[in-house]
Design a protein around this ligand. Sequence first.
Ligand SMILES: [Zn+2]
Length: 380
Amino acid sequence: MKKTFLYIFSFIILFFVFPALCTITPKNAEEVSGKENNNATSQEEQNGSNGENQSSGENLTNETTQTSDESQTNTETQQDGNSNDSSQSGYDYQKYKTVKLLHTSTGEVEELNIDEYLYGVVSSEMPANFEIEALKAQAVVARTYTIYQIMYNSNKHENADICDSSTCCQAWITKEDRLAKWDANEAESNWQKIVDAVNSTSGKIITYAGTPINAFFHSNSGGVTESSLNIWGGIDYPYLKSVETSGEDAYTQYNSEVTLTKEELQNKMKEKYPDFEIDFSQEGCISILEYTTSNRVKTIKIGNKEIAGTEARTIFGLRSTNFVVSINGDNITFSVIGYGHGVGMSQTGADALAKNGSNYEEIIKHFYTGVEIVEVNSLS
Ligand SMILES: [Zn+2]
């Protein structure tokens, strides 16, 4: 009797319970991967809005940068690929000695040695008259960014690792074009300075917990950088925390203003919000409701709308979200401190630190919390 019962029990386990368990397992797996996909989607949406911010920032840069460089182009698109941070095992770091660069103007893909590629990036992203240690820091940041793109954003361009557009990937310029934009008497020495910055840091990248970081950078932090979480939400990168830097007020990128008439402000708001209304005779018709921990505008009320500081930056073409608003007669003035999203390395901050004696490793470790600078070939 006992034997028969055991036989029936085993039969039930074998043919009913076990198959049922097998079908449950994939279902759970789908739920998990579904969640990951949702995260990916929200990250992509987030990237899109930052891309817009970036293009407006860039236009401002090109119009107003005081140096002869068309430098300081910011890479606010660097949040691409955030969602893939967990899938980074099995990469062959040895293969990243070359980069397949897409020339966006011709559609051609050119394979370059990574350091030769970086000459064109660093000379686009930072003025050559900055301190050599700041340029070295920029070279390491750009190298890290490039490898991060190759690792996590390889699907962005079909046959290329990266393109030469600052609004999409990372700015890049040919040596000939770069030399032509500098004064003839300093062109060769400027180029040599960039080459030295890249070559003397060859193979060096920034890692956190053994993997390359998402190396955001911007033009001027206004004295204090912002955590990535406060700007974009999503992943709270442990190495992108708010830090203070002195000396950034000495740069032309520190202060700026945007003045609009009441009508212009209304038109800009209505482009985004057709039901926008404002009564300028009311006290507090424009008021900042909330600040981030680094004193940037988190939420602002304008008429009947409450919008994020980052959105106000986009709508009104402000250099950063660190601003105050004043109304004088028919004019509304945004007085802005700093330039860029404020996350990661501040370029002018890097230069200020270098002027005070910091080397490139100290600069990088100042802006990226808890990171290491390692030889790319040492990673596995
Ligand atoms: Zn691109």
